[in-house]
Ligand binder design. Structure first.
Ligand code: ATP
Ligand code: MG
Length: 267
């Protein structure tokens, strides 16, 4: 915790953990080493409260994506405890794990839309994660209620007018907003966004970050996002967790940090 040591010497540390009942995600002592490699995560602990936005920082290869994937058990951790939305993903059977994963929307740097399908069909695919059935694949075949819900999700990201537009004809920013609408269609309670704006130009990136902020505030979602954009971390996150050498080096409210402290962290 080098970078925030000075701030913490003056004031008692802010509560960075939360009461068990309000934590949407709690990670304790998580460790991961890939076969033949060095440890990527060593004894990582942090918690994310309901409705909180947390930015996960760290240099390339610091383990941010691995950490998010371990939380959903897309990667099997070697050790540690995880509590996600009230469940322990490491203790769940396959069907229960699928249900738990469906409650978390995962947004990637590349939006992974089906390029030839319209925006609306791509949003409908969010219903597949929660067992919407294959009729959710093409929007023409989808039950009316699902179509209506998908249109509402597109509306919430400001793209209702683009429902019939093919995904490969949307701009990068619009595509990422469709990916967010797909997570809303999934009825996700929590979003993991792994470098969600890294492929976007500054204006589009800002728009997507504003969209996240709006969704967190209005829909009560909980958000964990990774980024290399320090200003986004400071502006959009309530709290910043930074990894270095496989360990949590900073875990502090963003209001206690500034660009200087974060630049010092990157060294
Ligand atoms: N499936 C895998 N098998 C082996 N090594 C892996 C695997 N996935 C990740 N790694 C290694 O784990 C380390 C952490 O990778 P990770 O992708 O989690 O970093 P990151 O912090 O997300 O980096 P970036 O900012 O570049 O996205 C890297 O050294 C990477 O090469
Ligand atoms: Mg990554």
């Amino acid at each position: 915790m080098v970078a925030v040591a000075a701030a913490r010497a003056e004031a008692p540390p802010a509560p960075v953990t939360c009461a068990a009942g309000t934590a949407e995600l709690r990670v304790d002592g998580l460790s991961k080493r890939f076969a033949g490699g060095a440890a990527v995560l060593s004894d990582v602990s942090f918690a994310v409260a309901r409705g909180e936005t947390v930015a996960l920082l760290g240099a390339n290869g610091a383990g941010k994506s691995t950490l998010l994937r371990c939380c959903l058990r897309l990667i099997e951790p070697d050790a540690g405890r995880i509590r996600l939305l009230g469940s322990d993903p490491r203790a769940l059977k396959a069907a229960e794990l699928r249900r738990l994963r469906a409650r978390v929307g995962f947004i990637f740097q590349r939006h992974n839309l089906v390029p030839r399908l319209p925006a609306l069909s791509n949003v409908l695919h969010g219903a597949l994660a929660r067992g919407g059935g294959m009729r959710a694949w093409f929007h023409e075949a989808a039950p009316r209620a699902l179509r209506t819900e998908a249109l509402e999700c597109l509306d919430r990201v400001g793209l209702a007018a683009f429902a019939e537009h093919r995904a490969d004809r949307l701009s990068g920013g619009q595509s990422q907003r469709v990916a967010v609408a797909r997570a809303l269609m999934q009825r996700a309670e929590m979003l993991f966004a792994d470098e969600p704006v890294a492929s976007l130009d500054p204006a589009a990136g800002e728009e997507v970050m504003e969209l996240f902020r709006d969704l967190v505030r209005r829909a009560g979602l909980t958000l964990v996002f990774t980024t290399h954009n320090l200003r986004h971390a400071l502006d959009y996150a309530d709290r910043i967790v930074a990894l270095r050498g496989g360990r949590v080096e900073i875990d502090a409210p963003s209001r206690e940090l500034d660009q200087g402290a974060l630049r010092a962290f990157y060294g």
